[in-house]
Ligand binder design. Structure first.
Ligand code: CMC
Length: 461
């Protein structure tokens, strides 16, 4: 007979968290009946609980029944930064971080990036299916119809300081759109939601281009609706004196980059959109929350940080010293490396590396690319990075490409926002339709003082 079985009833459970592994007693039960449930023994009370397992999860609310006394609130799970908590059900994007898989609505990212246009990808993310020719034509023409912004949006944007960060401008202007379209508050009506979705997709490139021109002191260029979505955006950013010579290779490269950024399930900015949107605010306000989250250096700002890092390294000979500083744990990071979800090569990074070669063939080689390639080679062979499963992420090469296209460093995150918009709105829509969702409201473990009496100023030391 197996030793576990003989000793099971008498052995103390492991000290390290009772929920982290099956107790010997449970292993015994498990052999008898396989059930989609989890049996929890509360060693404070000796009581046992059986909670259902569905889709590889237990419901955190099922833990509430586990109490030491009737007036006890009940057991909670503690998960700062949501490392192991599913906050929703979603049918939009699938990621397997260990295998390096990313799919939009079931379609592998490399196929979508190779074959679809950005608006087609946006349609796929919103609607769940690839559009027919007629559906895509209607979608494109609806978007085209709404590319202009109200003249007061222009005045609003002109009010920003001459050196305002374009991402701050985008954030402010998108939030302000809610005052231009108060009808957007009616989030119950699907037709109205469609209209706001179109407005966002159509106007974001215009606002983003205005932010670009503003920081360069250039007059704003208005949309030209005979151009493609990407062509129009590029024209609004780079046209000078009514002229711009489009480069189809660079435009397609930009389109691929935007497609690769279009959704990435429950990342920081998408969670912000869902969380803020769960208060039933209008979509412009919810999306501006996403833009704010993306602004941070650990999220969308990372490609900007990669270029700064490459500038600081300056030369291939300095790479070993830089890697040593990163490994010393003094706080410096190899930007563009590592990911909360991917524990192998980010599939987007693979595709972006390919795009980088296409772009540099057109624009000439950037010496920073050489530093990046060498940095990647060294890091991928280094024990520190291997042990922590740190691989290049989407931002490692994207900044270099944007720079080669002529976009300044502080503009990279704006380009990321343009790409991520379809994901934000699709996830917002999915959240609204999900009957299990309510206003987001995490709990806390209170670590402050117990009740104490207020101390008058004169008596404070
Ligand atoms: N360089 C050096 N060490 C790193 C890095 C890095 N880029 N990333 C993680 N580590 C180390 C970290 O110090 C820790 O080591 P230890 O276990 O010894 O304390 C270990 O790896 C785990 O790191 P973590 O911070 O707990 O991991 P996380 O999942 O919380 O962080 C991350 C993910 C993306 C914030 C982080 O990898 C990072 O800061 N990367 C650099 C910034 C970056 O490139 N961000 C873009 C992310 S992809 C675009 C997007 O989706 O927004």
């Amino acid at each position: 007979m197996n030793g576990d079985r003989m000793r099971a009833p008498f052995r103390r459970p492991p000290r390290r968290g009772y929920l982290c592994g099956p107790t010997p007693r449970y292993r015994l039960l498990e052999r008898r009946v396989a059930k989609d449930t989890l049996t929890i023994t509360d060693n404070r009370t000796g009581k046992q609980y059986e909670v259902p397992i569905a889709d590889g999860t237990i419901k955190a609310a099922d833990l509430k029944q586990i109490k030491v006394a009737d007036d006890d609130f009940g057991l909670m799970s503690y998960d700062p930064a949501y490392l192991n908590t599913a906050s929703c059900r979603s049918a939009i994007t699938f990621i397997d971080g260990d295998k390096g898989i990313l799919r939009y609505r079931g379609y592998p990212i490399d196929q979508v990036a190779e074959k679809a246009s950005f608006l087609e990808t946006a349609y796929l993310l919103f609607e769940g299916e690839l559009p027919t020719r007629a559906q895509l034509d209607k979608w494109e023409s609806d978007v085209r119809y709404h590319t202009y912004v109200h003249t007061n949006v222009i005045k609003f944007m002109e009010g920003f300081r001459y050196d305002a960060h374009p991402m701050g401008m985008l954030l402010g202007a998108v939030g302000a759109l809610s005052t231009f379209y108060p009808d957007a508050k009616d989030i119950e009506d699907p037709h109205n939601r469609y209209l706001q979705r179109i407005r966002l997709i159509a106007k974001l490139p215009t606002i983003a281009a205005f932010a670009f021109r503003h920081s360069r002191g250039l007059p704003y260029v208005f949309p030209r609706n005979e151009l493609s979505y990407i062509g129009n955006f590029v024209n609004m950013t780079f046209e000078i004196g009514g002229k711009h010579e489009p480069n189809p290779v660079l435009q397609r490269a930009l389109e691929i980059l935007l497609i690769l950024h279009a959704d990435h399930e429950q990342n920081c900015s998408t969670s912000a959109v869902r969380s803020v949107g769960s208060s039933q605010v209008d979509p412009f306000s919810a999306v501006s929350a996403g833009i704010a989250a993306l602004y941070g250096p650990l999220h969308g700002g990372a490609n900007e940080a990669v270029l700064r890092m490459l500038d600081e390294i300056g030369d291939k000979s300095q790479i070993p010293a830089f890697i040593a500083r990163v490994k010393s744990g003094a706080g410096e990071r190899l930007m563009g490396f590592g990911h909360r979800v991917y524990k192998s090569y980010d599939p987007r990074a693979k595709l972006i590396k390919k795009v980088a070669y296409d772009v540099f063939e057109q624009t000439g080689l950037n010496p920073k690319l050489e530093i990046a390639l060498e940095l990647e080679r060294i890091a991928l062979e280094d024990e520190y990075f291997m042990k922590r499963k740190l691989y290049p992420n989407v931002d490692f090469y994207s900044g270099l490409i944007y720079q080669a296209m002529g976009y300044p460093t502080e503009y990279f995150t704006v380009l990321f926002a343009l790409g991520r918009l379809p994901g934000w709105i699709s996830q917002w829509e999915e959240m609204l339709r999900d009957k299990e969702q309510k206003i987001a409201r995490p709990r806390q473990i209170y670590t402050g003082h117990d009740e104490r009496d207020f101390v008058p100023m004169a008596m404070r030391g």
